[in-house]
Design a protein around this ligand. Sequence first.
Ligand SMILES: Cc1ncc(COP(=O)(O)O)c(C=O)c1O
Length: 388
Amino acid sequence: MKFATEAIHSSYDPDDHNRAIMPPIYQNSMFQMKEIGEQIPFRYARASNPTRKVLEDTVAALEHGAAGFAFGSGMAGIDCVYRAFLRPGDTIIAVSDIYGGSYDLLTEVYALWGVNVVFADLTDPAYLDKALAEHANVKMVWLETPSNPLLRLVDIETLAAKAKAAGALVGIDNTFATPYLQNPLDMGCDIVFHSATKYLCGHSDVLMGVVAVKTEELARPMRAMMMNTGGVAGPMDCALVLRGIKTLALRMQRHCENALEIARRLEAHPAVEKVFYPGLPSHEHHNLAKRQMRDFGGVVSIWLKNDSKEAANSVIKNLQMVQMASSLGGVESLINHCYSQSHSGVPHEIKTAAGIKIGLLRFSIGVEDVEDIWADISAALDTARTGQ
Ligand SMILES: Cc1ncc(COP(=O)(O)O)c(C=O)c1O
């Protein structure tokens, strides 16, 4: 099956569910047993639930993995991965251009529990060689590409090969690309993670994390940790994300088309210093993006020429349709001030060094008509030059 078909039909058989065309919502915490020790597929919803299972199998199928796991939030999913595979004394090398919440989880939780947390700029794969040589017990390498919010890419295949040669597991945050644009397990990664809150759900009404692992051997510790710690997704949310996934291919096509068009127009706008979008030839990793991804995604970031809070705020306040919110990946276009929102917990010096300036704005380009999106953004940008 091709992707769009698999997103609709894989992992679900109506015959198993009273011929219901859509996966039913099993709003159950437990399932009946008829005798001691009876082997039944579902017993208790923390272990598994039929609606969640359809979603987990669908994600595993789309990511070409052996098993999937659905959690009550993206962070619960990442936490389960780290807890399942990291121990005190182990080292994790994470890409420096990492989502702010993942940075906080590593520095404020895992570092305090004795995990050696190392951030490395992996845009040049040679930096991974250096980090691997400098640190002992490297158990995991954690990638994120394209990254949030500057859409930097790392070379998944090369980095995964290096990490594996050093005996480390490779996990990747694939939230921005989705399995529609890239399948990291086919490029050598072991574990792929999504904040399903974003594109997989697609309608900004669910908080969820999903993980797919490449082998059954990796699935066992994940299953055990998920059961022990219990951060599982509820059945209603699973049904909503399953519904979202059915239109993922359609939505991603439109997100990508709209984002490329908006990125091109932003490049020509006098209020804009620089546009970050992997689909633009001016993007530092455009060639890698063409090789590694099937299209370039729906997120576009800019640096304003007037790098001030006032200018950024004036763009935000003058938008009529595009709304300011702390997320992305829904059908509606959004704007985010990363400095004070997604990366508020990251120290000023680290943010600025990483390019997350006060005048950085990140757009999640939705699936509305591109002319309406541009009319709104361009009119708001006109005000940024004066900061009014
Ligand atoms: C790239 C990335 N990873 C992880 C997360 C965390 O996911 P959640 O907010 O669903 O817990 C986010 C959320 O913004 C994200 O953008």
